[in-house]
Design a protein around this ligand. Structure first.
Ligand SMILES: Nc1nc2c(c(=O)[nH]1)N[C@H]1C(S)=C(S)[C@@H](COP(=O)(O)OP(=O)(O)OC[C@H]3O[C@@H](n4cnc5c(N)ncnc54)[C@H](O)[C@@H]3O)O[C@H]1N2
Ligand code: MOO
Length: 401
């Protein structure tokens, strides 16, 4: 059995970034840049006005009552062709190109217009209201680095930089299947001993949130042939990662890991983590396998702890950056850490300007209701001393505050 840290290091060292493709900007939210995005133009391309008013060459001093002759206008999109000399003004609007010779824009509210002349109603002690050329960025500047998962605002930045598309990593295709004759879909008439399959419904949403393309292969029966068929389908579908759910432990019907072992070189088969001890990981020439434990809370905790870092590594990012640890204050005491690193399902809230964390009282790995009510995993290191209310604790957020 290896430590969580070692398991993550093995995932990071086994994983190679996937190939690249071009994505249109409108389709690129959440995609990960495979190349740095460089500005296609300088923004703003020229000095522009920050106000509606009059562009002038500011005399020094420039007291109230100073008069200028209005020699033309510069509406947005139609720069003034001439030059502004001393005592001259050009009517200008927010975003319009500042005419040659001007160094200042007087706000309209600080002027009185009378025919061809404009008079200041307020002094202009310094040159203002001009946005310099390149104030946002210059042509060729790296705006966003390789490995950046594109946010909504990033798309606006790239559009402003005149980039209609970006080079991104291929979206990792993740094929997953459950294992067990007892599993039936939601809505079934349950026979004794049957269990409704639940984990895949969370997995598809998590994978989408993490920028992957989920593919649910369904449920394998408790025969080696049924499990083999799932691995064959995953390969035929071109999956980058196969994720068997369950069938990983030591029971008589745990065939998933046995089948995985014949197809992949396993990098680990057990991790000193609670929940999720049976989680396993391997690699072949065709892709990766990450086996999740069957118990739903174990499967989902391990998806956060190990599958998300694998997706990061496949898209050119640091696997260890997938789950930043933040500090929160305990609202309840927690007992001494066990022999395995423990990730307790917990609720983190912003309270009086700090993060407060409350572990769920029920932590059994078959339970989904405490997981659904949680937005964080509270990390307790193996053997950590008991901690009191008010002490600092480490958490991984997997949902919104
Ligand atoms: N003798 C031992 N028994 C167990 C050990 C052990 O070390 N020695 N480890 C325990 C731990 S920890 C876990 S976690 C489980 C995981 O075992 P498997 O990965 O083989 O999981 P399964 O046996 O297939 O299933 C466990 C449980 O989860 C239910 N399940 C499975 N898939 C789904 C699904 N898609 N949706 C909802 N529920 C699912 C399944 O019906 C079982 O009830 O092993 C312990 N045992
Ligand atoms: O660790 Mo298992 O994953 O306890 O349920």
């Amino acid at each position: 059995m290896i430590l969580v840290q070692e398991a993550l290091a093995r995932i990071a060292s086994a994983a190679r970034p996937l190939g690249e493709e071009t994505a249109a900007l409108a389709e690129a939210q959440g995609r990960v840049l495979a190349l740095p995005a460089r500005a296609g133009l300088t923004h703003p391309p020229a000095a522009v006005s920050a106000m509606d008013g009059y562009a002038v060459r500011r005399p020094d001093p420039c007291p109230p009552g100073t008069r200028f002759t209005v020699i033309g206008g510069a509406p947005a999109g139609a720069p003034f062709a001439g030059s502004v000399g001393p005592g001259e003004a050009v009517r200008i609007f927010t975003g319009s190109v500042l005419p040659d010779g001007a160094d200042h824009v007087v706000m309209q509210e600080e002027t009185e217009r009378a025919g061809g002349e404009v008079r200041l109603t307020a002094g202009q002690p310094e040159a203002r209201n001009v946005r310099p050329a390149g104030g946002d960025f210059a042509a060729g500047d790296v705006l966003l680095p390789r490995g950046r998962a594109l946010s909504a605002v990033d798309l606006a930045l790239l559009a402003a930089a005149n980039l209609p598309s970006v080079t991104v990593f291929r979206r990792p295709k993740i094929a997953y299947f459950s294992n067990g004759d007892e599993l039936v879909p939601p809505g079934s008439d349950l026979a004794p001993g049957q269990v409704v399959t639940s984990t895949p419904f969370a997995l598809s949403g998590l994978l989408r949130d993490w920028g992957a393309a989920p593919l649910n292969l369904g449920t394998a029966g408790d025969t080696p042939a049924s499990v083999e068929a799932m691995f064959d389908r995953a390969e035929a579908e071109g999956a980058d990662v196969v994720v068997p759910i369950g069938g990983a432990s030591v029971g008589d019907y745990d065939f998933a890991k046995a089948a995985g072992r014949t197809r992949f070189d396993l990098a680990f088969e057990k991790v000193a983590v609670r929940p999720g001890k049976p989680v396993w990981f391997g690699k072949s020439g065709k892709g990766y396998v990450l086996g999740l434990p069957g118990n739903p809370a174990s499967a989902l905790a391990c998806a956060v702890l190990f599958l998300k870092p694998l997706l990061y590594a496949l898209t050119g990012r640091d696997a260890l950056a997938a789950n930043p640890i933040v500090e929160a204050t305990l609202t309840a005491p927690v007992g001494q850490g066990s022999g395995r690193e423990h990730y307790m399902r917990a609720v983190v809230r912003a309270q009086d300007g700090i993060l407060a964390v409350t572990p769920q009282s029920a932590q059994d790995t078959s339970l989904l209701s405490p997981f659904a009510a949680s937005n964080a995993l509270l990390r307790r290191m193996a053997g950590a001393p008991a901690a009191e209310t008010g002490e600092r604790a480490e958490v991984i957020l997997f949902g919104p505050l």
